[in-house]
Design a protein around this ligand. Structure first.
Ligand code: NAG
Ligand code: NAG
Length: 303
């Protein structure tokens, strides 16, 4: 049997950093689940791949799962445009339930639309328990516009834009277009409320599902990052749960001014008062941040 000193020497030789374990596991930190944004995939070395690597460097020994929806990276990217979101959320729930790595709980970080999708996981899938949820540029009140498409799929985006304007709330478009499922038309709130298959459901627009409230409130922290120069998300207020006031598309209201909060249909008011909601900004365009910002602002929620 190796004694502790020998272990430390071996670790030093291997360049491993040995840290005290804050939560009592072999290496302490909870596993992390990442969900990529539109036009991106689990494993792009310039985006999710780089984030995964960075987290692994900063928190040695951490288990990081970057979600891949589908069998291949190409399928994963396509599913970000065309696969029913409710189905994606249940696929992810199933995967997390079956992976023994997550049995003791996990933290989650979603990028752009991955932010609201992981919130749905928190609300619908209480086991294994999500501890901290970090939404990086997520659109929690949806979008009304698709001004710019991230990634290289501008042809796909043109197609989607056309579908959204011609009938975002028809069943056919709802079922087959991811962005339609968080399309929020403030000029047609009633249509949105009754026909949005995904966002109106998780935002308790039709009815209050008490288990959604209870599950979301079980989070330790819900961190919401807004990009101050965002040219992709319209309106950018959605990244902090704000949106256009109903009936027009100019004036916005904050989460705290909304009925969702005032009637506390989702438990966010209670969470806010308990200090569980953390509102952060990044001074850049959509998903633009550097390592220093990430390390200072987000890593503390992953340790
Ligand atoms: C500790 O590190 C190992 C190896 O990377 C990993 O499999 C395990 O899940 C980690 N434990 C925790 C509690 O994160
Ligand atoms: C509330 O949500 C859960 C999880 O999605 C679902 O199983 C349940 O049927 C919903 N309850 C109501 C009353 O709609």
């Amino acid at each position: 049997m190796m004694d502790t000193r020998a272990l430390l020497v071996a670790a030093a030789l291997l360049g491993v950093v040995v840290r005290a374990s804050p939560t009592g596991g072999s290496n302490g930190s909870l596993p992390l689940v990442l969900w990529h944004g539109m036009g991106d995939s689990c494993c792009n070395p310039l985006s999710m791949g780089a984030i995964k690597k960075m987290v692994e460097e900063e928190i040695p020994g951490i288990y990081v799962l970057s979600l891949k929806i589908g069998k291949t990276v190409i399928e994963d990217t396509e599913n970000g445009f065309f696969m029913d979101v409710n189905q994606q959320v249940s696929v992810v729930c199933e995967q997390l339930t079956q992976d023994p790595q997550f049995r003791g709980g996990y933290n989650a970080m979603g990028f752009s639309q991955g932010g609201q999708f992981l919130r749905a996981v928190a609300q619908r899938c209480p086991s294994p328990p999500m501890k901290n949820l970090i939404s990086v540029g997520g659109q929690h009140q949806g979008v009304f516009g698709l001004p710019r498409c991230p990634g290289e799929n501008s042809a796909i985006c043109d197609f989607i834009r056309k579908k959204l304007t011609s009938g975002a709330y028809t069943d056919l478009v709802q079922k087959h277009l991811v962005q339609a499922q968080y399309w929020h038309d403030p000029l047609n709130e009633e249509l949105y409320r009754t026909h949005s298959l995904f966002l109106a459901d998780i935002n308790q627009e039709r009815a209050v599902n008490e288990s959604y409230k209870k599950n979301l409130q079980a989070l330790n922290k819900f961190v919401l990052v807004k990009f101050l120069q965002d040219t992709v998300v319209d309106p950018v207020d959605s990244e902090w749960f704000g949106f256009f006031k109903a009936g027009q598309a100019v004036e916005t209201e904050t989460l705290q001014e909304s009925d969702l909060y005032r009637e506390d249909r989702l438990g966010l008011a209670v969470m806010d008062k308990a200090g569980k909601l953390v509102f952060l900004t990044s001074d850049g365009d959509h998903l633009q941040f550097n390592r220093a910002w990430f390390t200072a602002k987000l890593l503390p929620y992953l340790r």
